[in-house]
Ligand binder design. Sequence first.
Ligand code: NAD
Length: 461
Amino acid sequence: MADIQKLVKSQKIFIKNGKTINLDFRLKQLSILEKAVIENETRIVSALKKDLGKSAYESIMTEVGFISDEIRLVRKHLKSWSKPHKVRTPLKLFFSMSRIYREPYGVCLILSPWNYPVQLTLSPLIGAIAAGNCAVIKPSEHSPATSQVLEDIFKDYFPLDYIAVVQGGIDLSTNLLKEKFDYIFFTGSPEVGKIVMTAASENLIPVTLELGGKSPCIVDYNVDIDLASKRIVSGKFLNAGQTCVAPDYLMVHKTVKNDLVSAMVIDLKNFYGNNPQKSPDYGRIINHRHFDRLTRFLETGNIIFGGITNRDDLYMAPTLIENLTWNDSIMREEIFGPILPIFEFEDLNEVIDQINDRPRPLALYFFSRNKKNKEKILNHISFGGGCINDTVLHVANPHLPFGGVGNSGIGNYHGKAGFETFSHRKSVLERPFCFDIPLRFPPYQGKLKILKAVFNLPFYR
Ligand code: NAD
């Protein structure tokens, strides 16, 4: 605890010296971060393999490559984003100039989960650095190999009073949350999100909460079945289904259900072979607690495909399951694993009602060639973000702010949105020392008529 206090204090001193506001300093730190990631690619990839059985390909695509891409984009635009932004000034404030200045919040706390332990730790950090903040990072205790690599790397590339990685579980998080950080960026479950927000409220600390939930995938009657199948299967079973924006469940139009299920079975075999346990491209469940939680989900419904498990290897086959109800536990909780429940529908309005009866999802995917139905979905369901005719890919566009809504989160980041999230917008009106109209100063007697004219209000007395 004393160490944490000391660390936060040292970062507060670092912020006070004003170094981080300098644009060149921020650009340099982003380059150092990119260098740190690239130079340690092999260590990162092998740690991800250890923690999650992630293939090198997936690790480059969703972690290392993702981060370098975002750093390059932010570096390219940081100068223009950082400039004071001029806005219009109403005539009644004549001779004034209005600008919005960006300033760093100060010392930020970043709490991250285990499923994409590099991306979900470093992507918020890019925003924090770009905006000129210091950061204390606490990666997840459930991905220990990656957390260790992150701590080791950061020690080599950044001074602790600027950016520090600290490792630990709930006790450490609880102690961190007692500190007076200037901003808290949390990625994890809605349950822990509430704990974080409650703790933050004690010191009125602003928060971003990147949470989870059940993200629906809806397939209309008029789609390209083969492409839809490939895009759903790849989005769902990436990282063995442990992706916050993975399709949680599938709702497919009755007329195409059988075709889609057959296509998905073929794709699953093509992607991961007849025995996915032997596939170098298929991941593992993070730990036994999650494995047991997921195994219990298999007790209800009918398994159409998969369902094979091996606890010693933390292996769960990609699984398609049907004949479920909203009351089954698999439909009451976020799945966060390689099980895809399948429902059929006839009326899209019913689908909309069923989704709207539940907490607002982090992501939603809609497959259709019907423009009207697409508009219907977009206009009638609130969700964090998503894709039309694909899954997961919206996350890969750094020009799209990423975040949830309602139960799936507060705030967003990625690219410019990340810079903005970690910047306070300081609005300043600047006036020259010229004359003032006496109208604004007391005594007010005899001035009301003119004041009402200025505001374009009727004058009755
Ligand atoms: P989690 O909420 O259990 O843990 C996240 C972080 O909070 C970890 O660093 C953990 O140490 C810390 N933590 C856990 N319990 C705590 C407590 N009682 N007090 C303070 N801190 C605590 O989440 P997880 O299991 O690591 O990740 C899974 C969840 O995260 C899923 O709900 C998933 O949808 C969500 N998620 C969301 C996103 C997103 O971008 N929106 C991304 C990945 C995961």
